[in-house]
Design a protein around this ligand. Structure first.
Ligand code: 3PG
Length: 301
């Protein structure tokens, strides 16, 4: 019987369906490398999200492993090279969470524009500071995207409906349905009122939002980071926000997760959330359905 090790929080229905189909499914979350190395040998599939690190050592120990499934998009927590060497497939669910992440990016834009998180904190503290919370509107502003794939396109579609104009930098595409492509990331950083990141993390994108890029931003502009941790120089951005060189920013993903002591904490014009872009009921249900289909394909009964 094919054995599946579920290492992160996955939709209940997915786990139950796999069991009903006849797979042997065990779930244990929060495993470090040593625990994974000890547990993984009998399993034919691992299901992970972003928390579990599937390192080369884990893959080497996984003598029966056929496939690592990433319930979600980013696979930078999986050593794909090591997987390839051991003939282990790596599969993800690239489309299932696009709308959830796009809604979070928009939510962050609204919150920054209207200072809503600050207004809420002030009200919860028993104050009534109406004059302090004069916001701005998204309508009429320029949204600049770095990356115009599934999520970037969804953000652009929603933002267009709000009356924003959209520009995008994406070296991998030649057409973009929801806005105007520009030739360089500098064009985006110089021009946009909101800059939203929608690109993967890899060698060429590490710290792509460098101090140099941040220095190009308008003093009123906001940065939205719902892409992958590691694509922004977080210390440089925190310094710029603290010094009022940029309007502010909103981060859902971080170079080191869970986020510990960070220069991004404790700054009024920065909104932080704990990597919840794909954490909607609907997205997790879609991811779960897709995982079942992938398991059926990779490990036919
Ligand atoms: C993804 O890559 O799918 C998102 O970053 C969500 O990650 P998560 O599944 O760990 O919430």
């Amino acid at each position: 019987m094919a054995k599946i090790l579920v290492c992160d929080a996955i939709d209940e229905k997915c786990i139950n369906t796999l069991k009903e189909l006849g797979y042997e499914v065990h779930q244990q979350t929060g495993m470090d490398e040593a625990t994974l190395i000890e547990k993984v040998p009998p399993y034919h599939a691992m299901i992970v999200r972003s928390a579990t690190k599937v390192t080369a050592k884990v893959i080497a120990a996984a003598e029966n492993l056929k496939v690592v499934l990433r319930g979600g998009v980013g696979i930078d927590n999986i050593d794909s090279e090591a997987a390839k060497e051991h003939d282990v497939h790596v599969r993800n669910t690239p489309a299932a969470s696009s709308h959830a992440v796009a809604e979070l990016a928009l939510t962050k834009m609204f919150a920054l524009a209207g200072k809503y998180t600050l207004a809420n904190a002030s009200m919860q503290a028993g104050k009534w500071e109406k004059k302090k919370f004069k916001g701005t509107e998204l309508a009429g502003k320029v949204l600049g995207l770095i990356g115009s794939g599934r999520i970037g396109s969804e953000v652009a579609r929603l933002a267009s409906a709000l009356g924003m104009s959209v520009i995008a930098y994406d070296p991998y595409v030649t057409t973009f349905e929801f806005g105007t492509l520009v030739d360089s990331k500098e064009d985006v950083f110089k021009t946009a009122d909101y800059i939203s990141l929608h690109l993967p993390f890899n060698e060429s994108t590490a710290n792509i939002v460098s101090k140099e890029m941040i220095d190009l931003m308008k003093p009123t502009a906001f940065l939205i980071q719902c892409a992958r941790g590691g694509v922004v120089d977080e210390a440089a951005f925190a310094a710029a926000a603290r010094e009022g060189k940029v309007g502010g920013g909103a981060f859902d993903v971080f170079a080191d997760e869970p986020l510990g002591d960070s220069p991004l904490r404790g700054i009024d014009n920065i909104i932080l959330t704990p990597h919840i872009g794909a954490s909607t009921k609907e997205a997790q249900a879609r991811i779960g359905d897709e995982l079942v289909e992938i398991i059926k394909e990779e490990l036919p009964l």
